[in-house]
Design a protein around this ligand. Sequence first.
Ligand code: FAD
Length: 598
Amino acid sequence: MPIFRAPVEDTLFVLNDVLGYERHSNLAGFSDASPDVLEAILAEGAKLAENVMHPLNRVGDLEGCVRDDDGSVATPKGFKEAFDQYREGGWMGLAVPAEHGGQGLPYTVHSAVGEYMSSANMALMMYPGLTQGAIAALLVHGSDEQKATWLPKMVEGAWTGTMNLTEPHCGTDLGLLRSKAVPNGDGSYKISGQKIFISAGEHDMSDNIVHLVLARIEGAPEGVKGISLFIVPKFNLDASGNPGTRNAVSCGSLEEKMGIHGNATCVMNYDEAHGFLLGEANGGLKAMFTMMNEARLGVGLQGLAVSEVAYQNAVAYAKDRLQGRSLTGPKAPDKKADPIIVHPDIRRKLMTMKAFNEAGRALLLWTALNSDIAHRSEDEAERQAADDHMGLMTPVVKGVLTDKGFEHAVMAQQVFGGHGYIEEHGMSQFVRDARIAMIYEGANGVQALDLVGRKLGLNGGRAVQAFFKEVGEFCEANRADEQMAPYTKALKKGLNDLQAATMWLVQNGMTNPDDAGAASTDYMHLFGLVALGYMWAKMVKSAQDKLAAAADGSAAFYETKLVTGRYFMERVMPETAAHLARLSSGSATMMALPAEAF
Ligand SMILES: Cc1cc2nc3c(=O)[nH]c(=O)nc-3n(C[C@H](O)[C@H](O)[C@H](O)COP(=O)(O)OP(=O)(O)OC[C@H]3O[C@@H](n4cnc5c(N)ncnc54)[C@H](O)[C@@H]3O)c2cc1C
């Protein structure tokens, strides 16, 4: 049975010491989550994740969801009760403004707790996760009446939400979308079409399901410019606003899939279902993007969350499993063999995962904090800078944290040897669950294209220049600090590689777009390494400051940070050079062969 302990101490270090959480107490909601309240919230979230969500992870994997002939879907045993505890605890609306029934607390806090919950049970947490995405879209694009109608019950968790983009012939390229909306003449629409792969599309955990559906209004232009977003509930509301008659939307079948078995992935059939336009006609993609940006950060979080729980299990196994002797002489002479944690190659795996998880957590929380600043600051310049950061980092967080999340789930499985391949140890589930995060919410190749093709050049490169400046200034400010030198030197080298790659893209990507496409995944990972490296440099700086003042027995925590940061700089950061070399070789060889040669 896998174990899980929420890394609360580490989250608090990142928020309080590295990101200066308290400095933002002027932002709405932050003073309600002062550092001591924050600690209490994280502790409560940790308890729910460890004691309620985590024990159901394997149950969900083994049982999966079951569709009845009438189209209803049963979730695994215990899921509904766990979800009830989640919503009764107010977790659904933690970061939703109080005027809509939420607690108005920082999104940063929501993200911190979200990591614990997803480590504990990724499939279960997708039900509230999609609801929170739908709430975000309604908050931004809903009319006052729509907000009053749908939000209170969704924020309470009595109703859940979904996002319906994908159709059988239309995934990445939403311009191909065929679902149709015909005006009823009273402001509502009849929605028809088939959507596939819809997460949480049908289940037994809530009284109503609010589907957000992309469809084309009759006569609208072809392509992405003719797409609109609609609210289509499972149950139409009666005169008092309660679920009444059944709407013409149903789950035609459940996908049988590799992982996240506890989450219902549905084929949804809309047969002249009653729907309401959300946002502007033909402005559906923009409206959906509100939901998708939040959802992309949420998926990046899933990558980190699985990497963390897989790592924790690998550590426990490596301390317990006895095989062979240490290369430098027995470390457990009283036993017949040493625990495998003595072997450098096992250490390599554990340190790689540890170094990634801690920096990934910092990157994610830094981005979440910027989301709070972008939405809550009263200072326009500050809001803009934070929004720039969010836009730039969203594809990096999604693409890099999920690619690495999967890689590390496999790495953790490898620590178990053959036992990792056997289902009962739970490592196989982590691998299978982590795999989807690289695909949905825009496959990672498309995230890389978003970064290279859209985000880099936006507003004359303002966001990327600001990032380069911030990292460069950090290195410069700490140049004379001998203790920081090993970290800042490696970070500066990574930054130089990233700047060279950016310059290469500027010079080549415009004249030959295939060069930009061929470079994109390497560029995204190079960017991610520098962002993670910057997080490490900042964490090390904070740890050194704390160590200088530490007289409270907490030195070991900070000393561990220094070593782990050093490992990242020595063993992970050098990969920037390989990414730069690869991407600057261009697209010629990659594209040279005709399709028949494959
Ligand atoms: C378990 C699961 C849950 C899901 N949940 C939802 C959900 O709740 N709602 C929803 O709407 N959808 C959902 N999806 C759908 C998911 O978002 C899509 O599968 C994903 O966006 C990719 O679309 P596709 O599968 O059609 O692949 P395609 O678009 O056919 O892409 C195939 C491959 O080609 C690449 N590619 C495509 N176009 C380009 C391009 N222009 N340049 C370079 N590479 C390109 C992609 O990166 C990918 O690797 C889910 C999918 C799964 C498997």
